[in-house]
Design a protein around this ligand. Structure first.
Ligand code: SF4
Length: 439
């Protein structure tokens, strides 16, 4: 193998053992793709060469689930992560697998169906920060809070073999491996930076993963999906998603989802309804005269700017998702939208005074059951009416109070109140700024 794997492992051992801060943990960004798989494998094999008593630095393997990941890939990643955690425990590798998800109020469906955000495109890509960057940032910040600092390991590669020798030389200078991350006390380490794509595939084909099994499924997935990675996006300096695939199945930032088409062509026909929904999202975004409001959320009408998706459009999208979910959930075990998301969507519909159709009506029609949201619905409606009455003198306070309530409800639904105070303070600060600006 042309690749000097020995050298690579020695570099990693050196960084692990002789770092000036012996307690700052390593956070390995894992997306299940080829780059982060090789990264985890190389780090693991390097650690196996260290005397176990010296393995005192904690390693977190962090995987972000946007909740709209390609379900075929989610299955594969979840299976891998279980194997990774089990094997790490057995082999006494100090590694903990952690999964991050977006805040409920930031979920793709709550934004799109609840608030009427148009499907993202490259000019209005509201999703990456909410679905990917923020959840990971929260985890990194938490680890920095606990340990004072952290090193984030990424599978990023420049894939420019001509730069390789010079770059490796640079890396030989101790202390030059890390670059500063934009978060305070966070550093980025990209050990695979100079590995070419050929070397990477060569390695994965020849070296089995230390957590057991082989890389056949990964190789097949890539072949069937004609795909590239959708890497762990930690900030705006890392390669972003949307252009390369294996990302969200709802992604409308790319014109064609080649990976989903590839998977369908290669036997995963059950994904066809998902591809159809994605195409419908593009239709609702690109034909605003049919699917979107003229009036924007701030009440303005602008000839060149369209408002949120009409309620009827949002109802139609929800209907299509639930129909697709009903068709595949038993055979594929796939959930496309969660109950918590539906509750919050209903909350936003009430807040926007949309009473004609309820989320539970749509659900019950498709599932022919009774998803009983009536108590929540009635309570939300009463809250809304009462609030409007009490804020007659200061109508703008209605929005603020609604936002604070939504924040609180989001955290309660997710059974997590961490960060609630910060969220409240941020929203209050924003309100004060807006009030000052209006004066
Ligand atoms: S993959 Fe597409 S939809 Fe998902 S976060 Fe990236 S740009 Fe947004």
């Amino acid at each position: 193998m042309a690749l000097d794997i020995q050298h690579l492992e020695n570099e990693i051992i050196d960084q692990y053992l002789y770092d000036e801060h012996p307690t700052r943990p390593w956070i390995i960004g894992f997306s299940g793709g080829k780059d982060s798989t090789m990264l985890l494998q190389v780090v693991w094999n390097a650690l196996k060469k260290i005397d176990p008593v010296l393995l005192t630095r904690q390693i977190y393997v962090v995987c972000n689930d946007t909740l709209v990941e390609n379900p075929r890939i989610v299955k594969f990643i979840n299976k891998t992560l279980k194997k990774v955690q089990k094997a790490a425990n057995e082999q006494q590798i100090p590694l903990i697998v952690e999964e991050t998800i977006p805040k409920l109020d930031d979920s793709f469906w709550v934004r799109l169906i609840g608030l009427g955000y148009p499907a993202p495109n490259k000019f209005y890509r509201w999703c990456t920060e909410r679905l990917k960057i923020n959840p990971t940032t929260r985890l990194i910040t938490e680890k920095i809070g606990e340990n004072g600092a952290a090193i984030i390991l990424l599978g990023t590669r420049s894939d420019e073999s001509s730069n390789r020798a010079a770059s490796i030389k640079k890396h030989e200078i101790i202390g030059k491996r890390l670059r500063k991350h934009q978060l305070p006390n966070a550093y980025v380490y990209a050990p695979l930076k100079d590995i070419t794509t050929n070397e990477l595939w060569q390695y994965l084909n020849q070296v089995p993963p230390p957590w057991g099994g082989n890389h056949k499924e990964l190789v097949t997935l890539y072949r069937n999906a004609n795909a590239g990675d959708c890497p762990l996006v930690i900030d705006d300096t890392t390669p972003s998603c949307g252009g390369s695939r294996f990302g969200c199945w709802t992604c409308t930032v790319v014109n064609k989802d080649k990976s989903m088409e590839g998977l369908i062509e290669n036997g995963e026909e059950w994904m066809q309804p998902l591809a159809d929904i994605r195409n419908f999202l593009i239709e609702t975004r690109d034909n605003p005269e049919i699917w979107r409001e003229k009036r924007r959320r701030n009440g303005q009408i602008d000839e060149n700017l369209w408002g949120p998706l009409k309620f009827e459009t949002r109802v139609e999208i929800l209907k299509r998702i639930l129909k697709a979910q009903k068709a595949i959930e038993d055979t594929e075990g796939v959930e496309l939208i969660t109950h918590q998301e539906m509750v919050l969507i209903q909350f936003h519909w009430f807040r926007d005074l949309f009473f004609k159709t309820k989320v539970s009506d749509v659900y019950n029609r498709i599932y022919k059951t009774k998803f009983d949201m009536s108590k929540q619905e009635e309570k939300q409606k009463q809250e809304s009416d009462l609030l409007r009455k009490s804020c007659k003198q200061e109508p703008k306070d209605v929005d603020l109070i609604h936002d604070l309530l939504a924040l609180q409800k989001t955290k309660t639904l997710m059974m997590r109140k961490r960060g609630l105070l910060d969220d409240f303070e941020n929203r209050l600060d924003q309100f004060i700024e807006e009030s000052k600006a209006k004066k």
